[in-house]
Design a protein around this ligand. Structure first.
Ligand SMILES: Cc1cc2nc3c(=O)[nH]c(=O)nc-3n(C[C@H](O)[C@H](O)[C@H](O)COP(=O)(O)OP(=O)(O)OC[C@H]3O[C@@H](n4cnc5c(N)ncnc54)[C@H](O)[C@@H]3O)c2cc1C
Length: 404
């Protein structure tokens, strides 16, 4: 594997840097740098800015509005975005349901849904997990009965989805539902359908997470009538489509570039944080922890590059996405823990007004909102759970890579 960028790739990197210098809105940049919560409108504005430049759904094929970039270009782009600390994009449309629609959906669905996903006009959320079906997703019980209301043109959906991220903002939800219980294996009889959140019988209830945020929800479906044309692909094949989507989701959670950004912030914080009369970065024990993490991150970076190169010659990421997910999230959580250590007591206080744009900086350790550190630490416990828990990823590796 050649790790030196070509001249064209270096020029491409400069083009991205130029774009960021010109087009990354100053107010959003400031919020990001100071750890202030973005509003949904901020994120959408940034997504639309990227789309205008043709750089939003970079993972899509050219014929559907993607870039056709090489894996190396994708890698450079992700790195530059993380280096500039740009907003986290909402993945449910362009990274999740979009690829399922252009791969398995009807022509009519492609025309109806893809343009709005590209232009960030519609907010999607993901309805897979249920109160009794997380790791064992195939046990899902949300039922979609075709014609049970005497109308063969509709499914009637009943059941509950849970942990639905940002579902409170969603216009549409893509769901795995059971369309048949008369099956030999529970993975059969599952279908993939698209539901308009404004349909009568859909209720969204907040779940407040450990750090006090409203990020996830429980969604109830009570006799929700869904037009049969909203079924994606064939009835009963949802498990196959759903698995393809999960592999893409796991690949995206490796987060090498943003961990690199956070590692740099950690070093800056540790240089400013004085413990026992000495900057923490000069403490041998702490410096060793940073060095260990840096080596692990470098290893993950090369693993991701190798995986990207192999995806270029196949249709979808295979079980490699599982070890990227494990390693990536373990590094993210180690970074959270070291940041807590570096921020010391600055990490502890939680004053909501600290998120206001005008809150003075003087009470922070110089490099942005350390006061958000503990919130982030608690929030990011999720990283080893969502997208399929890390224990489940280890089972996948045992089965598909090690053949156990
Ligand atoms: C913040 C957050 C956001 C999420 N967002 C979404 C979303 O938008 N949409 C969505 O559909 N879902 C979402 N999820 C759900 C997520 O996918 C599930 O939480 C995850 O799959 C685990 O399922 P569970 O919570 O039911 O835990 P369980 O499956 O009950 O697992 C509990 C524990 O047992 C372990 N375990 C279970 N089975 C095995 C096994 N066979 N071998 C070894 N260990 C095992 C698990 O690793 C875990 O530690 C989100 C979750 C979180 C935390």
């Amino acid at each position: 594997m050649n790790i030196n960028f070509t001249e064209e790739e270096i020029a491409f990197r400069e083009e991205i840097r130029h774009f960021l210098a010109e087009e990354y809105p100053a107010d959003i940049r400031r919020k990001r740098d100071e750890g202030i919560e973005l509003t949904p409108e901020d994120t959408i504005r940034w997504q639309k800015t990227l789309h205008k430049r043709g750089w939003f759904a970079v993972n899509w094929p050219v014929e559907h509005g993607g870039t056709g970039w090489t894996p190396v270009q994708n890698y450079i782009f992700a790195n530059e975005m993380a280096r500039a600390n740009t907003p986290i994009l909402i993945p449910f449309g362009f990274k999740m349901v979009g690829p399922i629609i252009y791969t398995f959906g009807s022509e009519e669905q492609k025309q109806r849904f893809l343009p709005d996903i590209l232009e960030s006009n519609v907010w999607w959320c993901q309805g897979y997990s249920e109160p009794g079906a997380g790791s064992d997703l195939a046990s899902l019980k949300t039922k979609a009965d075709r014609g049970s209301d005497g109308d063969g043109d509709h499914y009637v959906v009943n059941g509950t989805k849970t942990w639905t991220t940002l579902g409170q903002f969603a216009d549409w939800i893509f769901c795995l539902v059971r369309t048949s219980s008369d099956v030999a294996r529970k993975q059969e009889g599952i279908s993939f359908i698209l539901i308009d959140m404004r349909t009568s019988g859909v209720t969204v209830k907040p779940i407040i997470t450990i750090e006090g945020d409203h990020e996830v929800n429980e969604i109830h479906f009570d006799n929700v009538r869904v037009p049969a044309e909203n079924l994606v692909g064939e009835e009963g094949r949802g498990w196959t489509y759903g698995k393809v989507l999960l592999q893409h989701e796991r690949l995206n959670v490796a987060g090498v570039a943003s961990s690199q950004y956070r590692l740099n912030r950690l070093k800056e914080t540790a240089a400013l944080s004085v413990h026992g009369g000495q900057p923490l970065i000069e403490n041998h024990n702490f410096a060793r922890k940073i060095a260990t993490l840096e080596i692990e991150l470098k290893g993950l970076e090369y693993t991701e590059l190798r995986t990207l190169a192999s995806i270029a010659t196949s249709d979808a990421p295979g079980p490699e996405s599982s070890y990227l997910k494990i390693l990536g999230t373990e590094i993210q959580q180690s970074l959270d823990a070291l940041m807590m250590e570096a921020a010391g007591y600055y990490a502890l206080p939680y004053v909501p007004t600290q998120y206001d744009l005008d809150y003075p900086d003087d009470d922070r350790i110089g490099v942005g909102a350390q006061t958000k550190t503990s919130l982030r630490y608690f929030n990011n416990r999720k990283a080893s759970i969502y997208g399929g828990s890390n224990e489940i990823q280890k089972n996948i590796i045992a089965k598909h890579v090690l053949g156990l």
